[in-house]
Design a protein around this ligand. Structure first.
Ligand SMILES: C[S@@+](CC[C@H](N)C(=O)[O-])C[C@H]1O[C@@H](n2cnc3c(N)ncnc32)[C@H](O)[C@@H]1O
Length: 200
């Protein structure tokens, strides 16, 4: 992608982690400066390509299993990232056309790409909200205000590669409890997390 193509006042003077992630995934939404920084990171940690792709593959599998085997039709996906096809709603709607998804992220860069997250099936619905998971009360208020999710029906809370950004002072356990609290019986938590445990 060129700066001209982007054409939406993105700051292309320095690398951005979300666009580096896009490079690792083999996407097109990154610039030369992001690629250069990604290559430096990959020199230090060559497993980063596999990590990024396996992370994304987990989101696809978890979404499909929840839709196919558990009948889930609604998702709240926090820490969405730059859209990379297939996005969560595309996976869910490939199983159930009426699936509904609310996406949330706190990065203004993700907001610039958010219209791609809104291209839903006509039977389903999606919404994007800009919100910070460290303020779960405000986040859940915004989710409710979007009127996309029915809190009387099961909802999957999807936290993919997000919670490792939330350090102990924010009390990540309390945040997740707060996010799960209003979800009715039959709801689910799909979550993955970076760890150096397997790669000392
Ligand atoms: C590694 S990306 C994961 C993207 C996607 N969930 C996936 O697994 O492919 C992490 C995302 O979390 C978002 N994020 C980080 N801290 C956040 C916070 N406090 N509140 C909301 N989103 C946050 C970042 O902006 C980024 O888009």
């Amino acid at each position: 992608m060129t700066t001209r193509q982007a054409g939406r006042d993105l700051d292309t003077s320095k690398a951005h982690s979300a666009r580096m992630y896009d490079y690792f995934l083999g996407g097109k939404d990154h610039f030369e400066i992001d690629k250069e920084a990604a290559l430096v990171a990959a020199q230090a940690h060559p497993g980063i390509y596999v990590t990024a792709r396996e992370n994304r593959a987990f989101m696809h599998r978890a979404t499909r299993v929840l839709a196919q085997e558990h009948g889930i039709r609604q998702w709240l996906d926090i820490g969405t990232g730059i859209p990379t096809e297939p996005n969560l709603h595309q996976v869910a709607q490939s199983v159930a056309v009426d699936a509904r998804v609310v996406y949330a992220d706190n990065d203004p860069l993700v907001l610039k790409y958010a219209e791609r997250l809104m291209r839903s099936t006509t039977q389903g619905r999606t919404a994007y909200i800009e919100a910070n998971v460290t303020d779960p009360d405000a986040l859940m208020s915004a989710v409710e205000a979007s009127e996309v999710l029915d809190f009387d029906q099961p909802i999957a809370l999807s936290l993919n590669a997000l919670m490792h950004f939330i350090t102990d002072p924010h009390d990540p356990y309390a945040i997740i409890r707060r996010l799960l609290d209003p979800l009715p019986a039959g709801s689910a938590l799909a979550m993955n997390h970076c760890t150096p445990d397997f790669d000392p």
